[in-house]
Design a protein around this ligand. Structure first.
Ligand SMILES: *Cc1c(COP(=O)(O)O)cnc(C)c1O
Ligand SMILES: [Zn+2]
Length: 408
């Protein structure tokens, strides 16, 4: 009989140590994050890519390749299969004839963090977790608090004071245990680390549990499926902790091993960062395998303000293997791109997503991307969650009875 999931075990990408997936594990004994492995031979025998395409619109259509054994444990709000659209007007502006957006604004909680929350919380629930904790720059905490409430798991969330205010309110209304910290996400991480150590709470920090990445990898499956089971030339991803880019790479490797796409053909993966927080870019420029803590980091693209990522070596590996690159954009460039996407394409995207468009433009100008290549920019969230990125100028308030004229 066909199974709901073909998850087999957890594996360390650094030292190859294996762990059981039916017990709670966080990091490997060597300190590396763990990756989830599947029995892909059996998946291949029991399901085809066409079977999957005929299922309902949710990331759970890929359930054989996700870590949850029992459908009853799935915590879902119908997330996934987000829009994949060609942007002709903006493409013409940038000199790109095949520019696409993968739009993660159109998803419950308004950011792609929902994918990690749906899969991560579902697996935590299956493992019997009753209480979890995590540091966050906002969106992940919001998504995890909301999904945890549906799973009847208590969530302790610690975020910087200046994280987008709406994300605080999402945690609060979900009934999460919200804490604000006058510091960075790395400081929040230390507070959570102590709670985990002292009280044995389930540590849901980025890459300290292996399942969030499994949710995020579904972005990779979807891009390939929506592109007709083909591989685009370039995918640009706004990189903070890097879980999304690691996940997309993992997804493509899995699809190749399943024989559902051509073996060895990768999109060039681009890690996009803000100039105010660019540890991966610095490391890539020097050809290094790991990054160095980026001091005094600052950017309005809050989701990518991560000065040192636990999975930096995996991010860099995915860039090197796919012959991609890492690039930083300025605050001015990303805000300009945000405005262009809204005014030319009618889509109010988040500043992190906007950074990928600014980067696509620069890479086209530098000749790193060719005019006819198929280029996918990842918009990781809804612009509506970041009202403070837009400054309105020159708008006057009318009095009742005032007349207005069309402004030419
Ligand atoms: C968290 C976040 C990112 C960065 O995601 P990673 O996969 O951790 O690199 C990008 N954009 C938004 C909107 C985010 O919330
Ligand atoms: Zn290890």
């Amino acid at each position: 009989m066909s199974k709901f999931s073909y998850v087999s075990h957890l594996e360390c990408p650094k030292c190859d140590e294996k762990y059981r997936e039916d017990q709670i594990h966080h990091l490997c004994n060597c300190g590396s994050p763990l990756l989830v492995r599947y029995d892909l031979e059996k998946v291949k025998k029991n399901v085809s890519r066409d079977d999957i395409s005929n299922r309902k619109n949710s990331l759970w259509r890929y359930h054989e390749l996700l870590p949850v054994h029992s459908e009853e444990n799935v915590i879902s709000l119908g997330e996934g299969i987000t829009p994949f659209e060609k942007l002709n007007t903006l493409g013409a502006e940038y000199g790109l004839n095949n520019l696409y957006i993968k739009d993660e604004g159109i998803i419950p909680t308004g950011s792609f963090k929902t994918r990690g929350a749906s899969v991560g919380v579902s697996k935590a629930s299956e493992l019997g977790v009753k209480q979890l904790a995590m540091p966050t720059n906002g969106n992940a905490g919001a998504a995890w608090a909301l999904y945890a409430s549906k799973a009847n798991i208590k969530a302790t969330i610690v975020m910087p004071l200046d994280a987008p205010e709406i994300t605080r309110k999402e945690v609060y209304i979900a009934g999460g245990d919200l804490h604000l910290i006058n510091g960075l996400i790395s400081d929040a991480g230390k507070v959570v680390g102590q709670l985990v150590q002292n009280e044995g709470v389930y540590d849901a920090s980025t890459l300290k549990e292996p399942y969030r990445i499994e949710g995020k990898k579904t972005m990779g499956y979807e891009i390939i499926e929506q592109f007709g089971w083909n591989v685009p030339d370039v995918i640009l991803y706004p990189t903070g902790g890097g879980v999304g880019i690691i996940g997309i790479y993992k997804a493509i490797v899995e699809l190749q091993e399943l024989g559902w796409i051509e073996k060895g053909k990768f999109p060039r993966l681009v890690a996009v960062q803000a100039e105010g927080c660019a540890p991966i870019v610095e490391a890539w420029k020097k050809g290094q395998k790991e990054s160095v803590f980026f001091e005094n980091s600052k950017t309005c693209a809050f989701g990518i303000n991560v000065p040192k990522a636990l999975g930096d070596f995996l991010v860099l590996e995915s860039i090197y293997t796919t012959k991609g690159c890492a690039i930083a954009v300025s605050e001015k460039e990303l805000l300009e791109a945000q405005k262009q996407v809204a005014s030319l394409e009618g889509n109010f995207i988040c500043p992190e997503g906007a950074a990928t468009f600014a980067a696509a433009r620069k890479l086209r100008e530098q000749g790193w991307i060719q005019a006819d290549e198929h280029v996918v920019c990842l918009n990781t969230g809804l612009g509506v969650k970041y009202p403070e990125t837009v400054e309105i100028e020159g708008v006057q308030t009318l009095q009742p009875g005032d007349k207005i004229y069309v402004n030419n």
